[in-house]
Every structure is written in C-alpha cells, then in structure tokens.
Design a protein around this ligand. Sequence first.
Ligand code: NAG
Ligand code: NAG
Ligand code: NAG
Ligand code: NAG
Ligand code: NAG
Ligand code: NAG
Ligand code: NAG
Length: 765
Amino acid sequence: MFIFALVHLLFAPTSYAALYGFPDCTNGPLKNNIVCDTAKSPRERAQAVVSLFTIDELINRTANENPEIPRLGLSGYNWWSEALHGVATSPGVTFAPSGNFSFATSFPQPILLGAAFDDALVKEVATVISTETRAFNNFGFAGLDYFTPNINPFKDPRWGRGQETPGEDPFHISQYVLQLINGLQGGIDPPQFKIVASCKHLAAYDLELWQGIARFSFDAIVTTQDMSEFYLPPFQSCVRDAKVASVMCSYNEINGVPSCANSWLLQDLLRGEWGFDDNRWVTADCDAVDNIWRTHHFTSTPEEAAAIALKAGTDVGCARNGTAFARDLPAAFNQSMITRADLEEAVVKLYTSLVRLGYFDSPETQPFRQIDWSDVNVPSTQALAHRAAVEGVVLLKNDGILPLDRKFKRVALVGPWANATVQMQGNYHGIAPFLISPLQGAIDAGYEAIFEFGTAVTGNTTDGFSAATAAAQSADLVIFAGGIDELSIEREGQDRTEITWPGNQLELLTELERAGKPIVVLQFGGGQVDDSALKSNRKINAIVWGGYPGQSGGTALFDILTGKAAPAGRLPVTQYPAEYVNQVPMTDMSLRPSANNPGRTYQWYTGTPVFDFGHGLHFTTFSLMWQKRPQARYSISDFVSSIRRSKTPDLLTFDTLEVVVHNTGKVKSDFVTMLFVSGNAGPVPRPNRRLVSYARLHDIGPRSSAKAHLNITLGSLARADSQGNMWLFNGVYKVAVDTPGQLVHQFELVGSPVQISHFPQNPST
Ligand SMILES: *[C@@H]1O[C@H](CO)[C@@H](O)[C@H](O)[C@H]1NC(C)=O
Ligand SMILES: *[C@@H]1O[C@H](CO)[C@@H](O)[C@H](O)[C@H]1NC(C)=O
Ligand SMILES: *[C@@H]1O[C@H](CO)[C@@H](O)[C@H](O)[C@H]1NC(C)=O
Ligand SMILES: *[C@@H]1O[C@H](CO)[C@@H](O)[C@H](O)[C@H]1NC(C)=O
Ligand SMILES: *[C@@H]1O[C@H](CO)[C@@H](O)[C@H](O)[C@H]1NC(C)=O
Ligand SMILES: *[C@@H]1O[C@H](CO)[C@@H](O)[C@H](O)[C@H]1NC(C)=O
Ligand SMILES: *[C@@H]1O[C@H](CO)[C@@H](O)[C@H](O)[C@H]1NC(C)=O
C-alpha cells in the first residue's frame, strides 16, 4: 500500500493525491453544492455535504481512516496524523524514500522545550511545524489534523510518556499550550485554520502500565479539587483560551466512567463550561471506544460502547486496526441505540473543521496551498531547532569546570548516549534531515574525540568497561553521555518501576573515575533519574541535562560545554530521590500529602528533592532587584466588579510586577525569571509554593540589565475549594523570585473571599 502510493507519486502525482486530494469545487460533482459556497458559514457548508452521505458513508467517517466517496469526488482522508515536535511518522503521514518530503525539521521533545520557559519560542516552533505539515499535506504526504499536543501534567516520575509533555506544572503547561496551539492552528481561532490540533488526553491520564495495571482499564479516582486545580487547567487553556479545534478523550476512567463515555467531561465541562462549540470535535484515543466494553466492562456489548461514546460526545474513534466505533456503530444503529441525526451531528463537526481548513476552497483563495518543499527545513528552521535545544538544556551541577577550558583537547566520549542519533528524538518523531550526535558535536567543536560505548542503557554486561577506561586514561577529560531512553526504559505503554540511574551506568562511571580525569555527565531522557550519587560525588565535576534534544542536540550541548552558548534552562519537573517510588503507588491520583503519599510535584512534595522544579545553574551570576514590587496590601473588593463583568475572571490581571535582572558576572546569558507564591490564604493543606508567572529574558550582557514584566492573573493566585470552584482567598501571600527564592516579599489580600469560577459537578464523584 505504502510502496504503491509512492510509485504513483513519482510517476503520476495527480493520482497519488487521491490519498489526500482536495475536492474540486470548480468542476467536480460538488461544484454546485453549498459546501463550495464560501459565502456560507462553515457549519452550513459542512451540513450540505454531510446530508448527502448514505448511512454507511456516514458511519465510515467516524473511523480515523475514511474511505473515498468517488460519487461525490471526495478522496480518502485520515484524521490521524502526528506532529509532536515536528512532522512525525504516523498512519496519516508518510515520508518519501528520498528527495523532497523525505525529512522534516526535528525539534526537541516537549520536555526540553518546556525547560526553556520561553513562550515566544514555543509559538515559533509550532509555527514552523504547521508550515511543514501543510507542505506535506499539499503534496499528499500528510493530513491536516494532528493528534498533538500531550498536555497531561507529568505528575509521576515513573510515567512512560512524561517526555511528551512540557513538565509537571499546570500553570506552565497552560501558558505553553496557549502559544503552541496559536502557532499550530495559525492564530487564536482564525477564520481559516492552518492545521487542526488536538489536545490530549482528556483527562487525568498519566499511567501506562504499572504493576500489571493498564491504562485501558485503569480507573483514576480523582478529587474534584485536584481535577480543577491540577488535571484540567492545561485543557481549559487549550480549549477555552487557545480555541483548539479538537480534543482527544483518554483511555482511563475518571471516578468509574471511561473518559470517552463521560458526558460530564465531554459535555458539561468541555462544551458547557469551556465553550467547545459545534465547529469542534472529539476523537477517542486509539481503540478507546472498544476499551469501554472490552477492558473497562462499562457496557456489556461493543455496540452499546459505540452508542454510549457517540451520545456522550465522541465524534470520531481512532482505531489502530479498524476496531470500534465504525465497526460497532452499524449494529448500534440497527438496534436503534443511535439515530442518523446523532451520526450527522458528529460528522458535521468533523467537516466543519475541514471547511475551516480550506479543504473545499480553491487553491487560489486558500492561504496555505502554496506552501511547498522549499518551505521545509530551511536554514531558519534548522537554526530554530538548534536554538530550542540550547535554550532547554539545564545545567544541574557545575564545580566550575564548565565552560570547558581550552586546555582540554582530547576527550573520551563514553556511554550509551555518546553516539546517539535517532535516540535524541524521543518518541513521536519523524525523519530528521540530520542528527548531530554528542560525538559529532565534540568533533565539530574541534575536539579530538575518542568514542567508547562502554555499556548499554540497561543490562549488566561489562564487556565495554575496559575499553572505556582505557579511553578515559588516554584523554584530558571524560564526557559520559547516559541516562535513560525511550526504547529501553521510558516509553508509551510502559511505566518505570525505578527512578534510579541504571546500575550498569553507575558502575561504569565508578570505573572511569579511577582514571582520575575530570568527568562531565550529559544526562538524557525525559523522566528524571535520581542524581544523588553524582551530585554528591566530587569526582563528577558537572551534570548537564539534555532531555531529548532533537536534530541539533550534539551541537547544542557542545555549544554549552564550550561556552559558545550559556545555559539558562530550568527543570520543568521535580527530581525525586529513588525511594519516592516506594512511598506512593502510581495509581494514587491525589496531589496532597497524606499517610500514604509524600505529596506530588514541587507544590505538594514534603520530602527533599534531589533537584527542585525550576533548578538550573548559569555560567554567570545575577542580582535581582524589584523595579515594581507588590503593594503591602490589596483589597479583594477592588476586584469584585470586574470579576462580575468578566466571562473569564481568572484571566484578569491582579498586578504586574517588575524585576530588574542584572548580570554581575562575565558571561552573556539568558535568565528565566520565575515568580512563586506561597502563604496562608485558602484551604489547608497549602501547597509549598506555586508558579504564578515567568518570563525568559534573552542575551543579558555582562554588567548589563534586563527587566522582567511578571503578570499575575487572578486565576494564578486563586485556589480551588473542595467543589473545584476557584476563589480569590484573603490572607498573606509570600512572593519569591527564582529557585531557591530571592526577593522574598509579602502582601496581604484583605476582605471576603470572592468566587471567580464555578466548577460543573461530576455526578459520579
Ligand atoms: C465502509 O468501510 C468499510 C471498511 O473500510 C468498507 O468495507 C465499506 O465498503 C465502506 N462503506 C462505504 C459505503 O464506503
Ligand atoms: C488488533 O487486532 C489483533 C488481531 O486481529 C488483535 O489481537 C488485537 O487485540 C487488536 N488490537 C486492538 C487494540 O484492538
Ligand atoms: C442491520 O439490519 C439489517 C436488516 O435487518 C441487516 O441486514 C444487517 O446485517 C444489520 N447490520 C448490522 C451491522 O447489524
Ligand atoms: C522539490 O521541491 C522543489 C521546491 O519546491 C521544487 O522546485 C522541485 O521541483 C521539487 N523536486 C521534485 C523532483 O519534485
Ligand atoms: C555513530 O553512529 C552513526 C549512526 O548510527 C554510525 O554511522 C557511526 O558509525 C557511529 N560512530 C561510531 C564511532 O561508532
Ligand atoms: C544479568 O542480567 C540478566 C538479565 O537481567 C540476569 O539473568 C543475570 O542474572 C544478570 N547477571 C548478573 C551477573 O548480574
Ligand atoms: C502583561 O500585562 C500587560 C498589561 O496588563 C500587557 O500589556 C502584557 O502584554 C502582559 N504580558 C504578558 C506576557 O502577558
């Protein structure tokens, strides 16, 4: 099928386009149909074409892979394309074997992009991704709908898919996703979508397979308070504020009801509360409709599962091998569980988004149809992929060895990541134009590099140890590149049971230490491993975390090691000590500490992290100064009338603080200004601190300053009551900039608490 399609592309491009061809509104069968009339509303246009579908054709639209309808001049269409950090191999995307469309820019994984804490950068990256996907679509290589991004907060360090997310903090993810969707869809709800994104996985999905408990049958028991404060804010931002056109419901149950059968989630909350209108659609995660009966046993027959999902608000069912929804809806229809009107409603939503993608418009009037291969992986996008990696890299430890002195000429590059290429892309990747390994990065930086693999990511073979030690002995410096990776430990469908460094890698490091050379550790992977041993070991001179840095990873890392660029990324997650995995089961969804839970994320963890959320060192020193500090006191009553008038009171500005960041050292550097609050306002227990604002300042020269404007919204100060309603509570608020806190200051919010949002109650909680 794949080969066949490509042969057609090479020799007869028009017939290949059958896979993703645009309908011909000038000469085709639909030319006089309202769907081709640009004066009509997108929904009217969608309704006009959907009303022509037979019941079978209608049902077939609810699978991700839609067969063609030659009678209407409609080619096949696949709703399932992926582009998590660049155009990605997926059922809806193919790469040509060579030449045009054989690769696309490969950006760092979201966990590293998140570490940059640079919202403007996120939008730039997303804009390139949407341009490249459009180019692929215009030539039949990809769809227009992307099951990206993954915005479930990375709550548990064991989660196999944490690498796909920007981190653990819901406020940070909310800001990230706002910019990401803006860049992907071509604006905030533009009349014409550039591409359609899908925020996933709604909701409370952060378990793959742990101690035999699988995501396909897991029932996430979540309190209303945690739902409102932690699990949902990224989705609210994506849906209500960024106006995403699609959302994916998740595999898990929430308090006994599978997400894709959950009308509280898909109707009351999504459409009712967040205004996800009938231009927009819900896809089930792949085979999640099937899971409703097969693994959740929520219904006794497949047709009941399909009917309940459709009625709850699932519009299209992604299927890995044709199962569910399109397979089971015919029986549901036959047994009168659903009507033609139910099916039309779902398909109209899908087609309304296709209309807004310009699918039925002529190429001349369609703004994105001219994008072609000359827009893919050009020098500016390569530079952006490189800059994104540099911005994300986090300097975890440095005894002063970094940036490296010029006296180091011969380096031993050792470890399972030392010559990493595809590994550096993490999961959901495409084909990169090139992949600069750490080894290549070292060579390009002018080092005489001796490469020794030494050991694999896991396992216990010591075969490579002696060669690695010999390399270390003959070098001026050892660079150990290790950590975990996607293929061996950290992946979709599998959670970790340990968060220790793999023992074989620690053993190799111990061997390498005997050579007596300075050692710099490059730590990779999205989930953290406990660095305690390396942190306290004086023979390990520095630790640099590079996540999954993408196509220019090796270059970016050596730019940092050599001082060509200065590190300013911050850990977007908490690095826990290894015993954390014995203190709380993955299945415990609660955030707050209790007898069986040490608390989750930096907000609630009661232990001492190895490296804190927000940790990140620099090559220079900074002194911070308030330019505009908080007032001593604010009165809640001053905000009440604007809260009453606003539809989104949480977005109202509380105050904008200003911090001057002065570079007191000798190296030009970026600085991420992070503002945290804590204090005695709101329900107990109270979080340790919460991120309420951040801004990345660029290129602050030695003895120069830059100013951060730190907007604080009412929503970021507010906290949820036990019903999930958000309130602005009176009390003392302590603000602090950075990790650990500086410019500590406090203010009082006086008056009676005021409610700023109402949370729709879940009948099954
Ligand atoms: C619907 O899809 C199934 C499976 O792909 C196919 O066998 C059938 O012919 C399709 N029906 C129509 C009307 O397209
Ligand atoms: C896909 O099909 C195979 C074989 O028909 C079956 O064993 C498997 O369970 C199916 N997978 C899913 C997720 O339904
Ligand atoms: C629906 O009912 C018709 C008529 O009874 C029957 O021919 C057909 O096989 C049924 N289809 C399904 C999927 O149950
Ligand atoms: C590849 O793309 C370029 C830029 O769009 C175009 O000029 C060239 O003709 C394409 N090559 C082929 C073989 O299609
Ligand atoms: C590094 O990896 C690349 C790509 O996998 C491979 O071609 C090359 O031979 C490797 N280099 C060494 C020194 O093993
Ligand atoms: C090495 O690992 C394998 C597989 O995990 C295990 O069966 C074996 O006992 C281990 N050998 C040693 C010496 O630890
Ligand atoms: C902060 O608020 C000011 C005024 O309230 C606004 O002009 C500015 O765009 C905001 N900045 C950010 C980053 O939201």
